[in-house]
Design a protein around this ligand. Structure first.
Ligand SMILES: NC(=O)c1ccc[n+]([C@@H]2O[C@H](COP(=O)([O-])OP(=O)(O)OC[C@H]3O[C@@H](n4cnc5c(N)ncnc54)[C@H](O)[C@@H]3O)[C@@H](O)[C@H]2O)c1
Length: 264
């Protein structure tokens, strides 16, 4: 029996079989969790539903996390299937493409800042707010996805770095609010992975190649690596862990400089 047997997981952020949410759904399902998925809009529903069949997902519910009314509708629909649940996965980020090209000071503007923070950080608080009454008193666990650009300079990551810093602070404040209700919340800071969202980041191929050479494990991580850590964090094996950002990046975050003999 898997270590998530009997748990119910709502997974937000699946769009393709390269999505980090796909790797997470795979691991959660393997460990015995029951799954409900969301998709960003109606148009994506069939596609996400087809992927969900692999994990016997109970349903797929459209929800744009930038829209409060759609978040309310999501939970009304969810209650038709579950009166309570255990795991919320938030694997969502967005910034307008013009924000991810060029020098930070040239491209940053008020609207780009607002959208990046709304979709990539506020949405975590919005979903946690809508979830906690259904999650309390049952070892609930919330998980979000961050990136090293929150604390280090990563070329072209720009306003997403600010939004990820906000997201990680959001995790800490939500942990303080939700801890007394028995709900944990953590972030995984994943290394670069080629997904749809990542294709928006300029020079991503070079970032992947550099990461592979520099990271202590000399590899890029996979959605399976992230999924397995996610399954652990969402399980009762991690009951002592909250308010934390855990790196799943082959150790890259700890490196200050490359080996001087290494050719790059
Ligand atoms: N790929 C990487 O290199 C990497 C590294 C570290 C962290 N992350 C983070 O992982 C998370 C998942 O991204 P991914 O790389 O799997 O890419 P992805 O493109 O597969 O997933 C991004 C998801 O965000 C959803 N989304 C965007 N705007 C939305 C909105 N308004 N409402 C609802 N859903 C919305 C998309 O529909 C998609 O499902 C993101 O938070 C991303 O920043 C990615």
């Amino acid at each position: 029996m898997g270590f998530l047997h009997g748990k119910r997981a709502l997974i937000v952020g699946l769009i393709s079989d390269r999505s980090i949410a796909y790797g997470i759904a795979d691991s959660l399902h393997r460990e015995g969790a029951e799954i409900i998925l969301t998709c960003q809009n109606e148009k994506l529903k069939n596609r996400v539903e087809e992927m969900g069949a692999k994990w016997n997902a109970l349903t797929t519910i459209p929800c744009d996390v930038g829209n409060d009314e759609q978040i309310t509708q999501l939970f009304l629909e969810l209650k038709k299937y579950w009166d309570s649940f255990d795991i919320l996965v938030h694997s969502v980020a967005y910034a307008p493409s013009d924000q991810l090209e060029g020098d930070y000071i040239d491209v940053i503007n008020r609207e780009g800042f607002r959208i990046a923070h709304d979709i990539s950080s506020y949405s975590l608080a919005a979903l946690a707010k809508a979830s906690y009454l259904m999650m309390e008193g049952r070892h609930g666990s919330i998980l979000t996805l961050s990136y090293l650009g929150s604390e280090r300079i990563v070329p072209f990551y720009n306003v997403m770095g600010l939004a990820k810093a906000s997201l990680e602070a959001n995790v800490r404040y939500l942990a303080q609010s939700l801890g007394p209700k028995g709900i944990r919340i953590n972030a995984i800071s994943a290394g670069p992975i080629r997904t749809l969202a990542a294709t928006g980041i300029k020079q991503f191929t070079k970032i992947l190649a550099y990461h592979e050479k520099i990271a202590p494990l000399r590899k890029n991580v996979t959605i399976e690596d992230v999924g397995n850590t996610a399954a652990f964090l969402c399980s009762d094996l991690a009951l002592g862990i909250t308010a934390t950002t855990i790196y799943v990046d082959a150790g890259y975050h700890a490196v200050a400089s490359m080996d001087p003999d290494m050719e790059i």
